[in-house]
Structure formats: C-alpha cells, structure tokens
Design a protein around this ligand. Structure first.
Ligand code: PGA
Length: 252
C-alpha cells in the first residue's frame, strides 16, 4: 500500500522566528488529523534544528525534510550540508532534484544520483523531483523528458533503495506560476511515471508514492488528489500559510 503524503517546500522563505511559528501552527492544526496522510515540512537549513525541536515537542506527527543535501559524505566541501548531518538534526526526508536546483545550480542527473545515494545511506528517504519545461510540453516531449530523468537516476538504484524513494512530478511551467496542470494531465503523467518505474522495478511500481507539485492550492487539491495515481502533493507557496497547507492536507 502506498502512502498518502503532503509535503511543504518552504524554499528560501521565512525568518527563523516565522518558521518556528509556522511549524507550531502546522503541528497544532494536524494534531487530530485522521485521514492517514503523512505530513512533511521542508524548511531552510538554518531552521531545521529549531523546527525539529518544535515537531518533537508537539508529538512528532509532522515529519521534517531538508530541501537539498551534499553529493559527498564529508570533508572539504565549503558551504555544503551532508545527508548524515540532516539525519542528525532530525530529518527523515530530503528533496532532491527540484527543478530550481537543476536550473539555477546546474545539478545534473549524475549529481542527483550521488545525492540520492548519500541520502539513502544516511537513512533518509529522498523526494525525487521530475518534470518538463513549457517548451518541452509544447513540443510534445514531456513523456520523453520525464522518462529520461527517471532512467538516468532511479534506474541506477537497487530495488531495496528504490522502495524508500518518493517521486514528485512537478511540471516546471506550473511551479509558482499559478498555472496548474489539469487533474487529467497530472493523472496521465503519474500513470506514465509508474509504468516507467515498473520497467525496472516491477514489484515496486504500485507501492511508490508519486506526488504532484506546481501551484497546488486548497481550491484544486481535492480534484488532483482524487486521481488514482496521485498520492499527494509537494506544495510550495501554499505551504507558507498554515491554514492553506492544512486545507490541502484535508483535501484527501
Ligand atoms: P508552488 O511550488 O506550489 O509554489 O508552485 C511547488 C514546488 O516548487 O515544489
């Protein structure tokens, strides 16, 4: 049985104080949640220790994720944060391969594979992002692009490791633009992603959670989450407002 997951990607937003408050609000508002959704928040690195403490104090129902990790274990890599450090501070998840990392920081499939391997060996579950850009969709290459992102990275993992991976489909043209993929477009791609995963991991494909991301908000989450192959969402902007994030979580 695959998990239903809603994860909030805070990106480079909030002060430490604001982040702590937001984490407290989310913990409080999810206390009585009984729809079986795993709730994850991914604050900036500087907030992780404080937020981790808040989540522990509040009973540990909300899980902690980082937004990125180093592709190396440890050593002379100024400015980097290792997967093991993230695990130490209380993270259970790490987002890897977000389109903003691919686009602005030149992260390649090769780097992303190393990051996933680091995450897995530190005991973290990677939330691996895939998705096509607007011109790729308009030229009808979206399936090909997403398949390549999967085969170049996830196909290199062993089955045991793959069982820990969560996939997030985030069409780049829908991120932060207010434009959402229609629920049918999301379902079509999610079903396709599951088939591609099945090409290498037939026994796992049905159990991998595939999240949708890209302008997901309270007004469209229910329709998107109702689709058979959509197992939740990776939420950017709307995860910064506790009430909106909770409304999305309750859309299941
Ligand atoms: P958005 O971002 O919800 O603000 O579009 C989603 C994401 O980038 O994960």
């Amino acid at each position: 049985m695959r998990k239903k997951i809603v994860a909030g990607n805070w990106k480079m937003n909030t002060s430490v104080e604001e982040g702590i408050l937001l984490a407290k609000q989310i913990s409080f508002l999810t206390k009585d949640l009984e729809n079986g959704v795993e709730v994850i928040i991914a604050p900036p690195f500087t907030h992780l220790a404080g937020v981790s403490q808040v989540l522990k104090n509040e009973g540990g129902k909300v899980h902690l994720s980082a937004q990125n990790c180093a592709d190396q274990l440890s050593g002379a890599y100024t400015g980097e944060v290792s997967a093991k450090m993230l695990e130490d501070v209380g993270c259970k998840y790490v987002i890897i391969g977000h389109s903003e990392r691919r686009e602005y920081y030149g992260e390649t499939n090769e780097t992303l594979l190393k990051k996933i391997e680091q995450a897995l060996s530190a005991g973290l579950s990677p939330i691996f992002c895939v998705g096509e850009k607007l011109d790729e969709r308009e030229s009808n290459r979206h399936f090909e692009v997403v398949a390549e992102q999967i085969t170049e990275v996830l196909y290199k993992l062993k089955g045991f490791d793959m069982s820990k991976v969560i996939v997030a489909y985030e069409p780049v043209w829908a991120i932060g633009t207010g434009k959402t993929a229609s629920s049918d477009q999301a379902e079509e791609m999610h079903a396709y992603i599951r088939r591609v995963i099945g090409g290498k991991f037939p026994a796992l494909a049905d159990d991998i959670s595939i999240l949708y991301g890209g302008s997901c908000k309270p007004s469209n989450a229910q329709e998107i989450f109702a689709k058979e192959n959509v197992d939740g969402g990776l939420i950017g902007g709307a995860s910064l407002v506790a009430q909106d994030f909770i409304a999305i979580i309750k859309s299941f």
